[in-house]
Design a protein around this ligand. Structure first.
Ligand code: AMP
Length: 116
């Protein structure tokens, strides 16, 4: 894949690939992670592919705040409201998709040793 290729998340947003979509707004989509690491494992993804990771998303604090608010809303809706928010940043830190996304992890099976 070249840097110009749409990310897997852009293809989900464009409905070119299937996903279990749990929420969608003008700016964001939230899906269930295909390889869950906790009882609840969602991804909150800005629709724009302009930001590779959370350090770039920090250039748009309003959008970053929307990610956090949607994560909190979903944790209330699908769990007890408590959650872990993870932004893997860089391949060495486990990032595999370079289209910024937040992992929302919650639920009884959340295991300290198995971060996404
Ligand atoms: P990261 O490794 O932080 O870049 O996170 C990418 C996440 O995307 C991983 O947790 C994958 O399991 C998840 N993932 C990859 N492809 C899909 C897909 N088609 N639908 C849902 N989640 C996906």
């Amino acid at each position: 894949m070249t840097a110009e290729s749409p990310s897997i998340f852009s293809r989900i947003i464009d409905r070119e690939l299937p996903a279990d979509i749990v929420a969608e707004t003008d700016d964001l989509i939230a899906i269930r992670d295909i390889n869950p690491q906790a009882e609840l494992h969602l991804l909150v993804i800005p629709k724009t592919g302009a930001y590779r990771d959370v350090t770039e998303l920090a250039d748009d604090p309003e959008l970053l705040a929307k990610v956090v608010r949607l994560a909190a809303d979903l944790a209330k809706q699908y769990a007890d409201g408590q959650f872990r928010l993870v932004f893997n940043t860089g391949a060495e830190a486990g990032q595999s998709v370079f289209h910024v996304h937040a992992h929302v992890l919650a639920g009884a099976t959340l295991d300290e040793g198995r971060l996404a």
